[in-house]
Design a protein around this ligand. Structure first.
Ligand SMILES: Nc1ncnc2c1ncn2[C@@H]1O[C@H](COP(=O)(O)OP(=O)(O)OP(=O)(O)O)[C@@H](O)[C@H]1O
Ligand SMILES: [Mg+2]
Length: 444
């Protein structure tokens, strides 16, 4: 996606304040416009598309509240931030509840201004990504835009142009099979078969006949001859899933067929030649299995020509929201109903959850939510309890009480521009106690 300059409109009756805001935001690369009154701002908004409106609360004619109302009613995708002086804070807080996004108290530093602006625009960008849908890069149903997934798409493309063996690694549920299929269906082997083989599931006694087939009468019960996986995948691709679980005898047989490209069907001495592309995958650390002597090093190098590593879902940033939206639409349309919307809180929760089951877990969760959900919204309270618990523990759980206290004190001090009297007031302690605490924290 191309980076676009975000457009901000600042509205204040004080030219000095407008000047300060312009200077800081211009410096940070935003496109900034200013208006001296609500009326002027209304006209401007009708003419120019704006991402964020920063407005003063108290102005001589109409107040910031009128502007907020106007924006809320007419420009649903525009964010609002309010600036207030101390005396009017309580009114402003109420206004925020009524639909303004965030507020900043005067006087503020350039850093504080930038921090709030960035937070608002970041949230907006995430929401836009979720509701856009059209920004998806889809390769055979693989959704993703983050840099790690772009690398994956790039490797899929390169791998598709050759017949070299591919090794796909990644935690469970990250889309390894999806990627294997994409490589096959993007390659010129697509007209022939893609044959998935689960290496965990084949008992050693059946190995030979499953992989290479058998001729009629090869063993008791072999009433007909039957082709094996390699034969079926001739001209196409064989996908060796969970290769880390392959038994020593399976490993030996795979190595042999990879080296010679030849095999014999069980019960026959005639060698057959196949042209089969091999893609292998595992959620295990194969290198470690080699070090532990559980996986053959020679086979490891054979299958490891091109490696595609799939990132865990938690590493994919905003892709989580893109995927969530994709699954919501998919399951809702399966059920023939409009897709529910995820509230901002629910979106934030999805972003903070560690997703041990990766994309598969996200997919299952959204399917469940679409099936059991009744309203138009999915809120944080609709998410499973274990998930909400993990999120709050993830955010706060590893900290001691003293650390939380220190963090809060620092935060309040920053918010008051280092005004200790005001900070003590907010914290509900006297100045002396605050001084002592600061000294203990090495901040005094
Ligand atoms: N980037 C993606 N976009 C859309 N759907 C995805 C994506 N990644 C995974 N999925 C979906 O998530 C589910 C799990 O994917 P897949 O079976 O390919 O994972 P896997 O890595 O093979 O998992 P395992 O290690 O458990 O076998 C599938 O339903 C798949 O369609
Ligand atoms: Mg799989």
């Amino acid at each position: 996606m191309q980076e676009q300059r975000m457009t901000i409109l600042a509205v204040d009756d004080s030219p000095a304040t407008l000047e300060v805001i312009s200077r800081h935001l211009n410096g940070a690369g935003y496109q900034i416009h200013t208006c001296g009154s609500v009326e002027e701002a209304g006209d401007f908004l009708d003419a120019v598309s704006v991402d964020l409106v920063i407005t003063d609360f108290k102005m001589p004619k109409s107040s910031g509240l009128d502007l907020i109302k106007y924006v809320r009613e007419n420009f649903k995708d525009t964010e609002i931030m309010m600036i207030t002086g101390y005396p009017s804070i309580s009114g402003a807080v109420e206004a925020m509840r009524d639909g303004a996004g965030e507020y900043l108290a005067k006087p503020f530093t350039g850093e504080e201004l930038l921090a709030v602006v960035r937070r608002i625009l970041d949230k907006q960008a995430r929401r836009r990504a979720v509701h856009a849908g059209t920004q998806e890069i889809a390769t055979h149903g693989i959704i993703g835009e983050c840099p790690e997934m772009r690398t994956v798409f790039d490797l899929i493309r390169k791998a598709s142009q050759t017949s070299a063996n591919v090794f796909i690694s990644g935690e469970s549920g990250t889309g390894k099979e999806l990627v294997a299929r994409a490589v096959h269906y993007n390659s010129d082997r697509r007209a022939s078969a893609f044959v998935p083989v689960n290496c965990t599931a084949i008992p050693d006694t059946l190995l030979e006949s499953e992989l290479f087939g058998h001729v009629k009468g090869a063993f008791t019960g072999a009433r007909d001859s039957r082709a094996g996986f390699f034969e079926i995948a001739n001209g196409g691709t064989i996908f060796l899933d969970e290769i880390g679980d392959a038994s020593p005898s399976l490993q030996a047989k795979l190595l042999r067929v990879m080296q010679s490209k030849e095999f014999c069907m069980v019960g026959s001495s005639r060698t057959r030649t196949v042209d089969t592309r091999i893609i292998a995958a595992t959620h295990q650390n194969l290198r470690q299995l080699v070090q532990q002597g559980l996986f053959r090093e020679d086979l490891f190098y054979r299958i490891h020509v091109i490696e595609i590593r799939l990132p865990s879902l938690a590493e994919r940033g905003n892709d989580i929201l893109l995927l969530a939206n994709h699954f919501l639409n998919k399951f809702a349309s399966d059920m023939g109903r409009p897709a529910p919307r995820l509230t901002d809180e629910a979106l934030t929760a999805l972003m903070h959850y560690p997703w041990p089951g990766n994309v598969r877990e996200l997919e299952n969760l959204l399917q469940r939510l679409v099936i059991i959900g009744e309203g138009d919204d999915i809120d944080i309270t609709d998410l499973p309890e274990t998930m909400r618990f993990t999120i709050s523990r993830h955010r706060f759980g590893e900290k001691t009480l003293a650390e939380v206290e220190a963090e809060h004190i620092r935060c309040v001090l920053a918010g008051t521009g280092d005004n200790k009297t005001r900070a003590a007031e907010i914290l509900g302690i006297d100045r002396k106690t605050l001084r002592e605490k600061l000294k203990r924290l090495g901040l005094g």
